[in-house]
Write a protein that binds this ligand. Structure first.
Ligand code: NAG
Ligand code: NAG
Length: 303
């Protein structure tokens, strides 16, 4: 191993305590030739504020601004980053936070260090299905081909975690069915949705890899979004790639439900489903807050 590389790597390890570096083998010692985009005009190293929730506990305290996504102000970073907090909570991959923060809140160094391509791919493979379930494609700005392969790059704390999850793939997940009756979880689902209503379910059917949820006629709109009255008469929602995923709420259809959805390509996707449970204080709180709750701007970020 080249001593320069060793030194460089040690320096980074020191700074990025949560991150390991890959790509320090001598045969791949090319980082000087690596065509690194330089930080924009006079980058600053600033404290990661408490309310940058995505990255506040990522393992280092200071970050470069502008960041690697070219957000120029902290307000912009916070606004854009907030939409990703729910994804981190979904545990779609153990490196989601390290990956996102390496871009949103890059560690302060002389030159920008990008996340490793393989880590991007691992996070993408874990999280893209979840985003798809909500009707969001993996965003352009996180295209993994953009990130370095085998050069100096930021990777994760637990090298084995990816290997453990890789061969088995992800387990059948059903993000819209998250059963947690927590006010915050319910509001997170609401924020990934365009409309919300109270209804009973008439029937659940499989259709290829999806599950179709057919609602009963009588409904109460809670958040109409762009739904027109005529659209709601015969409302069918799709649980995308959810033909076989576990969804406790659908095991027994006697209940009233809080149903949330989005329209994507002429289909209505089911983005959240909760039993209508008036004896749950968390649930009642969520319904109460729903009217005034201000969601982070998902659409801007997931483009
Ligand atoms: C990672 O895997 C290697 C061998 O596959 C093992 O020796 C090592 O203890 C593991 N490390 C951790 C942190 O689990
Ligand atoms: C409703 O919520 C209460 C309190 O959280 C819980 O004990 C109960 O089991 C729930 N009922 C149903 C039908 O899920």
């Amino acid at each position: 191993m080249s001593s320069t590389c060793e030194c460089f790597c040690r320096m980074i390890r020191l700074l990025v305590t949560v991150a390991l570096l890959s790509g320090c083998r001598a045969s791949e010692y090319e980082y000087l030739a690596w065509n690194t985009p330089v930080y924009g005009k006079s980058p600053q190293c600033v404290d990661i504020p408490d309310d940058l929730r995505l990255c506040h506990n990522v393992g280092y305290n200071r970050m470069m601004l502008p960041n690697l996504l070219e957000h120029e102000t902290m307000a912009e970073v916070k606004q854009q980053a907030s939409s990703w907090v729910p994804l981190v909570h979904k545990n779609c991959h153990p490196d989601t936070q390290v990956f996102l923060c390496s871009l949103f809140a890059p560690v302060c160094l002389e030159r920008p260090i990008y996340p490793c391509r393989w880590m991007c791919e691992a996070v993408r493979d874990g999280c893209a299905p979840i985003m798809e379930a909500f009707g969001f494609p993996w965003p352009e700005m996180l295209t993994c081909d953009k990130f370095p392969e085998g050069e100096v790059c930021i990777a994760m704390t637990t090298p084995n975690a990816t290997e453990v999850t890789k061969p088995t793939g992800y387990s059948p997940i059903c993000p819209p069915c998250d059963n947690e009756m927590k006010t915050d979880t319910i509001l997170e689902h609401l924020c990934a949705s365009e409309f919300a209503l109270k209804a009973k379910i008439k029937e659940v059917k499989r259709e290829n890899t999806d599950r179709k949820v057919i609602l009963q006629k009588k409904k109460k709109m809670l958040k109409p979004g762009n739904l027109k009255k005529k659209d709601t008469k015969k409302l069918v929602l799709y649980l995308k790639n959810g033909a076989d995923c576990p969804c406790q709420q659908l095991d027994n259809l006697g209940n009233q439900y809080l149903i949330m959805g989005r329209k994507v390509d002429k289909q209505y996707l089911l983005t959240g489903i909760h039993k209508w449970n008036k004896s749950s204080r968390e649930f009642k709180n969520a319904i109460k807050k729903m009217k005034t709750y201000k969601c982070p701007v998902f659409e801007n970020v997931f483009k």
